[in-house]
Design a protein around this ligand. Sequence first.
Ligand code: SF4
Ligand code: SF4
Ligand code: SF4
Length: 590
Amino acid sequence: MSSITLTINGQKVSARPGQTVLKAAQAAGIDIPTLCHHPALTASGGCRICLVEVSGQRALQPACTFPVADRMEIQTESPKVVRARKFVLELLFSERNHFCMACEMSGSCELQTLGYRYGLDHWAYPTYTQRFPVDASPPHHLMDHNRCVLCRRCVRACAELVGNHTLDVRQRGAHSMLCADMDLPLGESTCISCGTCVNVCPTGALVDKRSAFMAQPKDVVRVATICTQCSLGCGLHVVMHRGQVLRLESQWEAPVNGGLLCRRGRFEALQDPRPRLLEPRIRENGRSSPASWNYALSEAAHHLHNETPERLGMLASTRLTNEALALLNAIFVKQLRAAHRGTVSVDIPAFPFAPCGKLADMVASDFILLVEADPARDQPVASFFIKRAVDRGTRLVTVESRSTELTAFAEVSFIPRDMGIAVDLVQAADRPVVLCGGGLRKNEAELLRRAQPKARFIPLVAGVNTLTAAAFGLINRIDPAACRTLFIAAADESGALDPAAARIDPATFVIAMASYASPLTERADLVLPMATWLERSGGFTNTEGTLLRAHAALPPSGQSRSDWDILGRLAERLGLDAGAARAEIPRCDA
Ligand code: SF4
Ligand code: SF4
Ligand code: SF4
């Protein structure tokens, strides 16, 4: 039977067999209130807020778990249902301290919203006056047990989405308490501070420290963009209030990560303490002083134009947009034919395959081979997908020179010399996925290639927009000491630049395009201030080979400009055909 018909509140509704009452009602535009339910999590039916009357059933049933049946009749707001919901709400409000006026979530709490919806101006039970601790031990979030309604969304999110299993509920009945591991403070537990639990908590129990009490949801603006801290390009929302960034939140519909973010992407990306570069600067007669954009770009073009290809070098960050990398290719490869080209902090070998899989393929996979990669360190959200798959029974096998956090999750770990055995296992699986971090010797790569017809291959590349940089031939280390003129598009790279700065010959003329001050920009003769990841739009090709689009949440600070804007103006001054350069930009509509 492809579809069945039921009646909800007198309205005929079509549904799929096996669908829950909640999903069928939502598809028909009928609202049923929920509390413990979250669309990204399995339904638990724990809070009883979504109770509905179902024909033929003696008791009210939770809509989030009760399956539809043909000709079923359902009432979602009958007097009996409303009475039951109010009763549940009275219990929840009386159980802990829900003094909304002193709560960060007031105005956006799902419990509070339900209280208003059902006119809960008092309750018959004594208010619970016991004080519970507030656990502020994690670096970026806190847990206020006084506000917890024990809906277990956070417990399910940590287990089902992150695969971390840090949270649970200890004791029973009125003594139930959320806990981390064997009742440790969160900051001392196995919590990896990804913030997924904070994002799903419906009350003010789990709170982001940075943005607490800053603004209510009705007053904020959300900008959808991607994280550019690693090569996954996870989709996220930048939450803005009066032009300020409050926090980064999950974008549940994001195609790459399905709402998951790691600690670096959710919290640390907003905490760069380095001083910003806000104006072009030029060093003349040994002194660095501010310059106009016009003068700085003309000087840059003059030095580049007059350098010989043999003594000209260019280093690019993989944090640049597709547009900027295409322009660098047009300027330094095609026009100036610079002999020295490379990337700033990434050095990856060629992969023996092209990407043909997505992280989401791991959901249905029965076998994952992880080769010379440490995703828990380098692409944490990919490690969440792996741990989730292992939880569901997918076999994980690793081939690695040194153990990583995921080694403990593997059924077996091989050294690279035993690649052939691992490839045999891939070939014996039904839906294998191979994640490869590179660093393979030629014979190991050849063996891995044998798995290609069957397996979905996902390279786990270092850096960020590394696949586009590789496509433009930038992945080869250069010796900055060999260059007389050196253009470094450093973007907002971290300390990885400092060794490069140390190797530059004192006589070399250095042009640095960067967002933050560093030993490199101190050394540079010409500094072109660049917008940060939050301040510029542009395309990125992620490690799956998917074209993604970043959207600026803020205008560029000071006089800084987007990478492609600076390079486009430089190209014009070099007499370049900007149209031809633009034709090579990888296209994306995302
Ligand atoms: S902390 Fe939040 S999500 Fe977790 S059980 Fe309590 S109310 Fe629910
Ligand atoms: S922050 Fe992440 S790892 Fe820590 S408890 Fe929450 S979901 Fe689990
Ligand atoms: S996994 Fe990478 S892209 Fe995703 S949130 Fe973390 S740092 Fe950002």
